[in-house]
Design a protein around this ligand. Structure first.
Ligand SMILES: C[S@@+](CC[C@H](N)C(=O)[O-])C[C@H]1O[C@@H](n2cnc3c(N)ncnc32)[C@H](O)[C@@H]1O
Length: 281
């Protein structure tokens, strides 16, 4: 999970676990805006590039909601995740029920290949990626998207709001440690963590884009107990990495929160934001 993985490699199980919550949380008006943008493009094929695509969750959500014909390029540095994409995507169709064309590309996005990988894109998209990256990388991405005249739909960027209901004494202690941990280098350099939505908006507006942000929070309770338990455990591990001297206090917090979740007495809201932006005409 992004909240605790120092090297930006993610377990397939974690990505599968979060997929239904991600799909439910997304800001639908921004998907609709992306669909309208693609419908206006005079092209025989709508070319969509998904950055940090993982197992293809973002494509599985978007493809049936966007006009076709579609060509997807899914990019990730983790070949094992990309290998699962084709197997699960053979029945994927666009909004008109036609099959979508899919290619995967193993690429480290911190390297030279980014600009080339975006060539010909009408829409560049990504999900749950930008907390890992740096401000400088987003500036570079914004310039590359502008050079290609591509619209962007970047969803599920954490915004730092984590609320527990009911609250407990150590929640703020833990979320403070998490906020600091999220800035650790995840292979791009000092990571943006919860600053990502604001930095994305600034960088794309600087390139002349018209940008819209919308909230896409996860709401987790006993009906998503597996996701909640994975989150609490991931937060426990990240907090212990950040403050090893407080491990006993952190473990006690996690055990109590886990018990409340499983008893149906706890709900957790994790703030995210989605951004859709179109280039100046
Ligand atoms: C939190 S996961 C999100 C995956 C997918 N977008 C989803 O919504 O399920 C972040 C993804 O970024 C990829 N990633 C992280 N650093 C990367 C890098 N330097 N180059 C390419 N991909 C990277 C990871 O392998 C992982 O698949």
């Amino acid at each position: 999970m992004s909240e605790s993985n120092p090297h930006a490699f993610f377990e397939a199980d974690w990505l599968s676990l979060r997929e239904p919550a991600d799909h439910q949380a997304r800001a639908m008006p921004l998907t609709d805006a992306a669909a309208e943008w693609l419908a206006r493009q005079a092209a025989s094929r709508r070319r969509i590039v998904d950055l940090g695509a993982g197992r293809g969750s973002n494509m599985r959500y978007l493809a049936p909601r966007l006009p076709g014909p579609q060509h997807w390029r899914l990019i990730d540095h983790d070949c094992a995740l990309l290998e699962t994409v084709q197997a699960s995507a053979h029945s994927l169709t666009d909004a008109h029920g036609a099959p979508v064309a899919i290619e995967t590309q193993a690429l480290d996005l911190t390297g030279d290949g980014l600009e080339t990988a975006l060539a010909g894109a009408h829409l560049v998209t990504a999900a749950a990626l930008f907390d890992l990256v740096t401000r400088a990388w987003i500036v570079r991405l914004a310039q590359a998207c502008a050079a290609h005249g591509a619209a962007v739909l970047f969803v599920l960027s954490i915004d730092g709001h984590i609320d527990f209901a009911p609250a407990s004494t150590d929640d703020a202690f833990i979320t403070g440690l998490l906020g600091a941990h999220q800035h650790r280098d995840k292979s791009f350099g000092e990571a943006l963590g919860a600053h990502a939505p604001a930095v994305l908006q600034q960088a794309f507006e600087h390139e002349g884009y018209r940008a819209t942000l919308a909230k896409s929070a996860w709401n987790i309770d006993a009906t998503r107990a597996d996701l909640g338990a994975a989150l609490i455990d991931g937060w426990r591990r990240a907090a212990c990495e950040q403050a090893p001297e407080a491990s006993a206090r952190i473990d006690a917090w996690a055990a109590a929160r886990m018990q409340s979740l499983q008893a149906g007495e706890l709900s957790i809201t994790v703030g995210h934001q989605d951004l859709f932006a179109t280039p100046s005409p």
